[in-house]
Design a protein around this ligand. Structure first.
Ligand SMILES: [Zn+2]
Length: 209
């Protein structure tokens, strides 16, 4: 069997023991033989997020100041830390990049991609949320972010370098309402379980949770 996991993953990142190959979940994976460690290398992945923040039918965009794609316009967003609640992560990125306070309303799209560019093969899930505008005028640092503002679709049509994925997600959000998409669930034992952020289609019957 061809194993796509890298041969140079040799040592356990938790206890530094030498890893061995072990069958787990239908595939041979580098695994730690230390009995009370039991680390298994499932490969590398990351979670990205972006926010569609609308105000008066205009969407918040930021212009990248750094490579790659310096000068292009996109939704504010970034990586979710592995110990961060995802709804807080996307609100943090919107605030950091554009100075706007906003709160997650629903998830409108996600993309799964294979093949990262930094450091070798990796998988990424990029989740686009619609956020409700709360307060603040766009401000930016002039370094990582070269510009920011609220723009209508007509205005985006006149701008150079608006990312296709961002524009698509903005159009989805503009053409849907609050009851469409996946909404953060607030009721029931699963929705309040520590560490969980549970998203689902809103149902009229609360007993479904
Ligand atoms: Zn270990």
């Amino acid at each position: 069997m061809v194993n796509p996991l890298p041969e140079n993953i040799k040592y356990c990142p938790r206890c530094a023991n030498s890893l061995v190959w072990k069958m787990d979940g239908g595939r041979e994976r580098p695994a730690c033989p230390t009995p009370d460690c039991r680390f298994i290398f499932f490969g590398e992945s990351s979670i990205g997020c972006a926010g569609v923040v609308l105000r008066d039918n205009k969407a918040l965009l930021v212009q990248r100041g750094w490579e790659p794609f310096s000068g292009t316009w996109q939704l504010p967003g970034g990586y979710v830390e592995q110990d961060e609640v995802i709804t807080e992560g996307v609100a943090r990125e919107v605030m950091e990049e554009a100075g706007v306070e906003a709160e997650v309303n629903r998830a409108v799209a996600f993309r799964h991609s294979l093949g990262g560019t930094a450091g070798g093969p990796s998988a990424n899930v990029y989740i686009v949320f619609a956020l409700d505008y709360v307060s603040g005028e766009p401000i930016w640092d002039g370094d990582e972010i070269a510009n920011a503002g609220f723009f209508s679709l007509e205005e985006m049509g006149q701008m150079e370098g608006v990312q296709g994925l961002s524009r698509w997600a903005i159009e989805l959000t503009l053409n849907s309402n609050d009851s469409q998409g996946l909404r953060l669930q607030h009721g029931g034992s699963m929705a309040t379980r520590p560490g969980w952020s549970l998203f689902g289609i809103d149902m009229p019957d609360p007993d479904l949770l």
